[in-house]
Design a binder for this molecule. Sequence first.
Ligand code: FMN
Length: 184
Amino acid sequence: MSLIAVVYHSGYGHTQRLAQAVADGADAQLIAIDADGNLPEGGWDTLLAAKAIILGSPTYMAGPSWQFKKFADASSKPWFSQAWKDKLFAGFTNSASINGDKQITLDYLFHLAMQHGGLWVGAGMMPANSKAATRNDVNWMGAFSGAMAQSPSDASAAEMFAGDLETGRLLGQRVAAVAARLGA
Ligand SMILES: Cc1cc2nc3c(=O)[nH]c(=O)nc-3n(C[C@H](O)[C@H](O)[C@H](O)COP(=O)(O)O)c2cc1C
């Protein structure tokens, strides 16, 4: 089975929970970017070995956190040799507002993957946008380029919406399925 890595930052635990759901769906290895923007020992080696890299960050001030951006800038080292070329990539984000400019974060993750010569796997989920839709439905925010989650500003990570976690799990599952189909 392909090695899939989920590399993410989370300041307060919400994106961490979403990352865990994505990793569960992909049977992936989790790599947490720490509070100083650094990877744990062996993190870069795992990313190099991975067939697919799933990127995750909370949306802070209309973009990824600075810790995630520090990781992204440090990935200029594998970029120089295009060491991540042709890997599969996907992305997810979480923020307090329903919109909150989450799309900008997903777009950033997409463009980072493109700089690395990667192949992007989108959400591939229909939106839950009927009158009957609730926040516990899969893809209730109707994101197509990745998984979005909303954590109200006064909600703990333990209170995250089941639909968002399931959306993350399904994104991970899709990346694993695409990797298997490509024989990656
Ligand atoms: C510095 C900072 C900036 C934020 N900017 C946004 C934002 O632009 N849009 C939004 O909807 N929420 C914003 N939030 C709220 C976070 O996205 C939200 O609390 C999220 O659940 C945090 O995820 P985490 O627990 O993984 O760090 C911001 C929070 C912080 C601390």
